[in-house]
Design a binder for this molecule. Structure first.
Ligand code: SF4
Length: 132
């Protein structure tokens, strides 16, 4: 189902990928980077390579296992539109969001151009509230 979250503006987190690379001055104090190193030191599953970009396809279906309506923060330990995340993986993430209409999903990105391009090419016919 992903992890329940203490962040006030969401309810759960879902990380079908972790790790990232800095791409703007706004990345200087990246929370995900610091947390990834801590999780690696703790031996948490998925963080063996620390903050190195890692796809975790085994987590893709997690939200579909939760029936109760939940607000999900998607990829808080990553940027879904990172240049090395293939379109096929992003499409799978969006397909899960489409198949789990009981939930709301929050996708934050610093790579808005790639995100906008992807959304424009994606069949959003069953995403009545899809916006970027
Ligand atoms: S894009 Fe986000 S996750 Fe990636 S380095 Fe910058 S702040 Fe961190």
């Amino acid at each position: 189902m992903g992890q329940l979250s203490k962040i006030e503006w969401t309810e759960a987190t879902w990380n079908p990928a972790v790790g990232c690379t800095k791409m703007s001055p706004a990345c200087q104090n990246c929370y995900a980077e610091a947390m990834s190193h801590r999780l690696k030191a703790m031996g948490v599953n998925g963080y063996a390579d620390g903050f190195k970009l890692t796809l975790l396809p085994e987590r893709l279906a997690d939200p579909m296992q939760r029936k109760r309506s939940t607000i999900y923060f998607v990829n808080p330990m990553n940027d879904l539109f990172h240049e090395r995340i293939p379109a096929s993986h992003i499409r799978q993430v969006f397909d899960v969001m489409k198949k789990a209409p009981q939930h709301a999903f929050q996708v934050l990105t610093k790579r808005a151009d790639k995100g906008e391009g992807f959304v424009a090419s994606y069949d959003a016919s069953h995403h009545p509230y899809l916006a970027l």
